[in-house]
Design a protein around this ligand. Structure first.
Ligand SMILES: N[C@@H](CCC(=O)N[C@@H](CS)C(=O)NCC(=O)O)C(=O)O
Length: 125
């Protein structure tokens, strides 16, 4: 069974829980608390040297990282990733937009304000 290493409030982790559920793929959820620096522990860095969730273990010791690359891996040959090149381009466009434009402007402020509850940290960046 797949194992998803996930921090529950993370939007990047939510995307994967959502798609796995939509595709009815069973998975074991393993919570990683990044507020306690658990993503920086040596055993976690063996899974993702970049020290970030989500990580999807698709077979023992085979780890996929980067949420949108995992979304694409899961959605191959499903209706979530069309065959038509122009339609695929639309999917890729939004995935790249989400990582580049939403991450800095929406996801990071949301994280500091609603999860860490230190809005002053974000204001000082
Ligand atoms: N581009 C990465 C971003 C992953 C990411 O930033 N994960 C955050 C939680 S949403 C994290 O694990 N942060 C821990 C840290 O930076 O120490 C992806 O889409 O998977």
């Amino acid at each position: 069974m797949y194992r998803l290493y996930s921090f529950p409030p993370s939007g990047n982790c939510y995307k994967l829980r959502l798609l796995l559920t939509q595709l009815q793929i069973p998975f074991q959820l393993i919570s990683v608390n990044l507020l306690n620096q658990e993503t920086h522990l040596p055993e976690f860095l063996q899974k993702n040297p970049n020290g970030k969730v989500p990580v999807l273990e698709i077979e023992p010791d085979v780890f996929l990282t980067e949420s949108n690359s995992i979304l694409l891996h899961l959605s191959e040959e499903t209706d979530f990733f069309p065959v038509d090149r122009l339609e695929r381009n639309q999917v890729l466009k939004w995935l790249f937009f989400e990582q580049y434009s939403l991450g800095a402007n929406l996801s990071r402020p949301r994280f500091w304000i609603t999860v860490v509850k230190q809005s002053e940290h974000f204001a000082s960046l």
